[in-house]
Design a protein around this ligand. Structure first.
Ligand code: AR6
Length: 192
């Protein structure tokens, strides 16, 4: 299951899949402030990527302390096909009045900026905060798409693939109509 759309020379993609299997320059991890691994995406990345990633996370925390919400840091990708993992800490959903929307958008923007700084041309995101952290997926989908488009508008740069990876058919069914709605207002759709 896949949808794609060309936005200002950047392909935006929605795919059903596993973030750990993505063959892109950067995959993004939905981490916790301690960067010490956990469940969900975080667990899968550390489990399949091997101990090297956790070791680098440890060094980052030793140098700068735990990560704040929306912050993004980068490590290598260990045994994964990607070149780097960007670890970002999403907001815990508390009902939208605690700055969660802006915080989630910053996760995407900070990750895109860091990927660009490291010369990446492709990046894959999971649906940050929509698992254990409880953020509604429909709202998160708008934020994720908007963040990439605004980033492209403002910074241009060399990232030419932004892929959103959802982990279940049910999540794809939620994200897909939003992907269509947001991209329908633009021109240049590739396929669906
Ligand atoms: N590939 C792609 N998406 C996945 C995968 C995968 N392998 N595994 C799960 N998802 P979550 P959060 C989806 O809970 O809400 C961790 O314990 C999942 O279905 O991984 O940001 C951390 O250590 C959901 O849609 O991240 C933190 O403590 C989405 O990824 C906390 O959870 C995000 O779910 C972070 O919570």
């Amino acid at each position: 299951m896949k949808k794609s759309f060309l936005y200002k020379n950047t392909t935006l993609e929605l795919v059903l899949g596993d973030i750990t299997e993505q063959q892109v320059d950067v995959i993004v991890n939905a981490a916790k402030p301690s960067l010490m691994g956990g469940g969900g995406v975080d667990g899968a990345i550390h489990q399949k990527g091997g101990p090297e990633i956790l070791e680098e996370c440890r060094e980052i925390v030793a140098q700068q302390g735990e990560c704040n919400v929306s912050e993004a840091v980068i490590t290598s990708a260990g045994n994964l096909p990607a070149k780097h993992v960007i670890h970002t800490v999403g907001p815990v959903w508390k009902g939208s009045n605690y700055g969660e929307n802006v915080a989630l958008e910053r996760c995407y923007t900070n990750s895109l900026a860091l990927a660009q700084e490291h010369g990446a041309s492709s990046i894959a995101f999971p649906a940050i905060s929509t698992g254990s952290y409880g953020f509604p997926l429909d709202r998160a989908a708008y934020i994720a798409l908007r963040a990439a488009m605004l980033f492209k508008d403002e910074l241009k740069g060399h990232i030419d693939l932004v892929r959103y990876v959802v982990f279940s058919e049910q999540d794809f069914e939620v994200f897909a109509p939003i992907f269509e709605e947001v991209t329908m207002t633009m021109s240049g759709s590739l396929d669906s």
